[in-house]
Ligand binder design. Structure first.
Ligand SMILES: CC(C)(COP(=O)(O)OP(=O)(O)OC[C@H]1O[C@@H](n2cnc3c(N)ncnc32)[C@H](O)[C@@H]1OP(=O)(O)O)[C@@H](O)C(=O)NCCC(=O)NCCS
Length: 184
């Protein structure tokens, strides 16, 4: 599916609409993991096939970009940088960096969350995507990123550990890790 293009983190763009919509459909059909938060957060109209869906998708992308700044965040949210992991026009995954922690995020969510579409899993994408995001987190002033993961999510725990994550503790059913964002 990746073709010849090398995957990279890119800003959300309407250019990837067809592949984004296909990825969302895969996430919804996935029986291995719960539906990711970002899938439930997509505007329903942005998922429509009709021409009107293109406008709604543009609005969705604009919202993601606006949420990077204090003025664009929803009540109860902190600024968040959403990035897409893409190879050419193919969406492979998404990642979000929360610019600061709240009391809730400190327990569930942490600084960084990511999802790889089911058809692209087990090819190292999550590991590479998190590695690519750490310098961006550093540039946002996050010197060490808190990541939280279900204790049963072996794949994600490996992703975190491969990126230098140090186990902090367990809160409920979540394991917490500190991941340095620049070489120590
Ligand atoms: C967890 C997830 C991000 C992993 O993505 P991925 O691109 O398949 O991960 P990678 O290919 O980088 O694999 C990382 C490691 O996990 C292992 N792995 C991947 N899927 C696995 C599975 N289902 N069971 C056990 N190990 C698995 C890989 O073999 C690899 O191990 P290694 O480093 O020892 O070789 C992906 O399955 C996903 O999006 N799941 C749903 C959302 C989610 O859980 N997000 C993370 C929330 S904290």
């Amino acid at each position: 599916m990746e073709g010849l293009s090398r995957p990279e983190l890119i800003d959300p763009t309407t250019r990837l609409r067809p592949s984004f919509l296909a990825a969302v459909a895969e996430f919804r059909a996935d029986r291995d993991y719960p539906t990711p938060w970002f899938v439930t957060d997509v505007d329903a109209a942005a998922l429509a096939d009709a021409d009107a869906g293109a406008d709604a998708f543009g609005a969705y992308v604009a919202r993601l970009l606006a949420e990077r700044h204090e003025a664009g965040v929803r009540a109860g949210f902190v600024p968040m940088t959403t990035l897409w992991w893409a190879a050419g026009d193919q969406m492979l995954g998404r990642l979000a960096i929360r610019h600061r922690l709240t009391r809730t995020l400190a327990e569930v969510g942490g600084h960084i969350g990511y999802d790889v579409r089911p058809s692209a899993r087990r090819r190292g994408h999550a590991t590479a995507m998190l590695a690519a995001a750490l310098p961006i987190a550093a540039s946002l002033g996050i010197t060490r990123a808190l990541l939280t993961v279900d204790g049963t999510n072996t794949a994600s725990r490996r992703v975190i550990e491969a990126n230098g994550g140090a186990f902090l503790d367990t809160v409920g059913d979540k394991c917490r890790y500190w991941v340095p964002t620049s070489p120590e």
